[in-house]
Ligand binder design. Structure first.
Ligand code: ZN
Ligand code: ZN
Length: 72
């Protein structure tokens, strides 16, 4: 049985240092407040190979996510 298909280690942590999982965008630590992100923050996050922003949970790679392809 797999509760969440995501293998990111943030899901296994009791207290994750980030609010959202960079791989699936799910909230892993709801005690961290959502931050207002700048485009620069997202650009840096993108360079770190993140699919989702760990601060606000926004999808960073529109149209190229291997999890949810959004090609119209
Ligand atoms: Zn995840
Ligand atoms: Zn963000």
């Amino acid at each position: 049985m797999t509760p969440n298909p995501c293998t990111n280690l943030n899901h296994r942590r009791t207290e994750s240092p980030v609010r959202c999982c960079p791989q699936c965008g799910a909230v892993v630590n709801g005690r961290i407040a959502t931050r207002r992100c700048s485009e620069g923050n997202h650009a840096r996050s993108r360079r770190n190979q993140n699919l989702f922003c760990v601060d606000c949970g926004d999808m960073l790679r529109h149209g190229s996510s291997p999890i949810a392809p959004l090609r119209a």
